[in-house]
Design a protein around this ligand. Structure first.
Ligand code: 5GP
Length: 203
């Protein structure tokens, strides 16, 4: 029998999603959440300034560096990383609260955060999202127009480094088409649910 057929029966899966900035992770995650009521999103803390379209507490919890350091000192963060000079971290408490309700939780983190997660939550499912090509990634990044040319160049360099971590993930999904990529991720999640893999984070 598949594990946790109803929310509340057992702690949920942790689904870690990484991939270079601009690859479309947010859109994929949005669609996954819209289609699968058992999925929840782990809202990270960040010191990055909020973008116009972002909602505090929904996309991120926006904090200053002092508050972030406090969270770290209090052991609230399961993992954290500095990306383009800004701090990002996952709240272990928020993650486990959602899982305790039987929800499967999507965690969007960079490759270094995923390295830390692998040590603490080896049972999680690790998915890397790749662009069809690096040129396509650059094109999407420019199109998104949320970054200055300098940031665009820095993020593209960072993307090259991140791509080098792809083979450390359980699954690599190419975001050539959002519909197709979402369907592929859903199949991965379904398959993890039905294999009854030991619930993440119980060790
Ligand atoms: P952005 O600033 O564009 O929202 O995110 C930049 C990068 O930060 C993303 O590629 C994402 O993977 C990463 N990120 C977001 N939240 C976290 C987090 O809590 N921990 C880590 N390690 N990385 C994160």
């Amino acid at each position: 029998m598949s594990r946790g057929d109803e929310a509340g029966t057992s702690p949920g899966l942790v689904v870690v999603i990484s991939g270079p900035g601009g690859v479309g992770k947010d859109t994929l995650i949005e669609q996954l959440l819209a289609r699968d009521p058992r999925l929840r999103y782990s809202v990270s803390y960040t010191t990055r300034p909020r973008r116009d379209y972002e909602v505090d507490g929904e996309h991120y919890s926006f904090v200053d560096r002092a508050a972030f350091r406090r969270l770290l000192a209090e052991g609230e963060l399961l993992e954290h990383a500095t990306i383009n000079g800004h701090l990002y971290g996952t709240s272990g408490r928020r993650l486990d609260e959602a899982r305790a309700d039987g929800h499967d939780v999507i965690v969007k983190i960079d490759v270094h955060g995923a390295e830390q997660m692998r040590r603490k939550r080896p049972e999680a499912v690790y998915i890397f999202i790749k662009p069809p090509s690096m040129d396509e990634l650059l094109r999407r990044r420019i199109e998104r127009a949320t970054e200055t040319p300098r940031e665009i160049a820095a993020r593209q360099r960072l993307a090259e480094v991140e791509m080098g971590f792809a083979d450390r993930y359980d699954h690599v999904v190419v975001n050539d088409d959002a519909e197709r990529a979402v369907a592929e991720i859903r199949r991965i999640v379904e398959s993890q649910r039905s294999t009854g893999r030991e619930p993440a984070g119980t060790r």
